[in-house]
Design a protein around this ligand. Structure first.
Ligand code: PGA
Length: 250
């Protein structure tokens, strides 16, 4: 069985400059492979590279997204901020929200909820990140934390078609550690059933993120409940990113 209906999202964080554009050539060619027809490849570079990425990738099926946005939809006096409308107007289709690196800087569930609403209003697809810290995991609180983050983040939202959840345990991001397959499967199934109850939607996509690399992808891709991957460090080298996609869909 092939795994070709999957999401592969490259989260470049605060890395990259204009010269990074040249690395997109090989993935553009790769994305035209027949086998990848249903596969969704999305690049989320820093704000400064959104437009160059959109321009470079426009003749391909690869989409571009931002890594965050301000919660206010209208223009306003928010120095240093970018809103969903601006992101959309650049030709982007996605935005990552609720990433733990932003929660760490003080972003809370309430703000994330407003951000999700503003992104949906602008017709952006939301990659909504949730995940527990090591301390919470050790106290067996993973499911409680996820439930709280998800229910608060999605409060008063009824349109779920444009929302994808990325389960990213905080202790796994950039650490080289990933959850045991059995635990991961269990958590993804838990999140899916929570969302099914909350939204009555059957096909919400759940991605996994945290230290995904060319070595552990074979194991991770065997977990059938997972609909794709949010990839940080390993996505910055196009060769590795392509390798991860190849190993998943084959
Ligand atoms: P990582 O990051 O793959 O480098 O662990 C994932 C993320 O933060 O989205």
């Amino acid at each position: 069985m092939t795994n070709n209906n999957m999401y592969f999202i490259a989260n470049w964080k605060m890395y990259g400059n204009l010269s990074s554009i040249t690395t997109l050539k090989s993935i553009k060619i790769f994305s035209k492979t027949r086998k990848l027809k249903k596969t969704k490849i999305i690049y989320c570079p820093p704000y400064t590279l959104l437009r160059p990425f959109v321009d470079t990738l426009k003749s391909s099926t690869i989409k571009v997204g931002a890594q965050n946005c301000h919660h206010q939809t209208d223009f306003g006096s928010f120095t240093g901020s970018i809103n969903a409308k601006m992101i959309k107007s650049l030709g982007c289709s996605y935005v990552i929200l609720g990433h733990s690196e932003n929660r760490r800087e003080g972003e809370n569930d309430k703000i994330i909820n407003l951000k999700i609403k503003s992104a949906i209003k602008e017709n952006l697809k939301v990659i909504f990140c949730v995940g527990e810290t090591l301390k919470e995991k050790r106290k067996n609180k993973t499911k409680i934390v996820l439930k709280k983050q998800i229910l608060n983040g999605l409060k008063n939202i009824s349109k779920f078609n444009n929302i994808i959840i990325a389960y990213e345990p905080v202790w796994s991001i950039g650490s080289g550690k990933i959850p045991a397959s059995k635990d991961l499967d269990n958590i993804v199934i838990f999140v899916k059933s929570l969302l099914r109850k909350r939204s009555r939607l059957k096909n919400i996509k759940i991605l996994y993120g945290g230290s995904v690399n060319t070595k552990n992808i074979k194991e991770l891709s065997k977990i059938r409940s997972i609909n794709g991957f949010l990839i940080g460090g390993a996505s910055q080298k196009t060769k590795n990113f392509i390798d991860i996609i190849k190993k998943t869909i084959n």
